[in-house]
Ligand binder design. Structure first.
Ligand SMILES: [Zn+2]
Length: 200
C-alpha cells in the first residue's frame, strides 16, 4: 500500500514519489510519471547505493543508471523507478564496507570479496517491488531499464511480460570499468558498453 506521496522537482524532471509498504512492513519507493497502465511502461528496479548516489563514489555506475532511467522516463513522459533499500547487493552496508576493504587490500573484485567473506555474490530480493508496481497501476507489459538478467526474471516471475530492454546511455568514471567488466564477464549482466562513455 501507499503510505505517502509527494511531487519531487528534480534536474531530471518532475516526478510523483511514493513510499510503499508490503504486508511484512518492508518499504520501497516509487519515482514515476504518466499513465503507467498503458502497454510497455518503462520500469527500472533500482537498488540503493549510498556511496555512489550520495557520496560521489566513482567505482560503480549506480548513480549514472538511476539518472539515465529518470531521464528516459522524462523523455517518454511515463515510466517508473522502483527504489529498493538493499545496499551492497542485498548484503547491507556493513558487508558492503567489509567487501570494499577486502577489494582494496587484496586487489580482488567485489564478487570474490563477497565469496571470501562467505557471502553469496548477490542476495537481492526484488519481490517487494511487486507491491509498488501494483500500487501505482503498472500494466501487464513493460520495457525494462536494466542490464541485470535477475531483475528481468524477477519481473517476469511477478507476472509482467517484459517486451523490451531499453539500454541506458550515460557517462561514468573509468574507475567503474573493472566492476562493469566483472558484471558482464562473471555475472552475466548485459552491460551496454556501446552506450557508456568512460571519463577520466
Ligand atoms: Zn553503486
Amino acid at each position: 500500500m501507499i503510505l505517502a506521496t509527494t511531487i519531487l522537482e528534480t534536474g531530471r524532471g518532475t516526478f510523483p514519489v511514493s513510499l510503499h509498504e508490503d504486508g511484512s512492513g518492508a518499504r520501497c519507493l516509487s519515482i514515476r510519471q504518466g499513465d503507467l497502465g498503458l502497454p510497455e511502461t518503462a520500469v527500472r528496479l533500482h537498488s540503493a547505493c549510498l556511496f555512489g548516489e550520495s557520496l560521489g563514489a566513482l567505482d560503480c555506475d549506480c548513480s549514472a543508471q538511476l539518472d539515465a532511467a529518470m531521464r528516459v522516463i522524462q523523455e517518454r513522459g511515463r515510466g517508473a523507478v522502483i527504489y529498493l533499500f538493499q545496499e551492497g547487493r542485498g548484503a547491507g552496508l556493513l558487508s558492503k564496507i567489509h567487501g570494499m576493504e577486502t577489494q582494496r587490500v587484496e586487489g580482488v573484485n567485489s564478487f570474490a570479496a563477497y565469496e571470501s567473506m562467505g557471502l553469496p555474490r548477490d542476495l537481492r530480493d526484488y519481490s517487494l517491488a511487486k507491491t509498488a508496481l501494483t500500487d501505482i497501476g503498472v500494466g501487464a507489459t513493460i520495457s525494462v531499464m536494466s542490464n541485470h538478467p535477475a531483475k528481468r526474471a524477477a519481473l517476469e516471475e511477478m507476472g509482467y511480460s517484459v517486451v523490451a530492454r531499453l539500454p541506458l546511455s550515460y557517462q561514468v568514471s573509468s574507475l567503474a570499468y573493472p566492476e562493469l567488466r566483472m558484471k558482464r564477464d562473471e555475472g552475466g549482466y548485459e552491460v551496454d558498453f556501446g552506450d557508456i562513455t568512460f571519463s577520466g
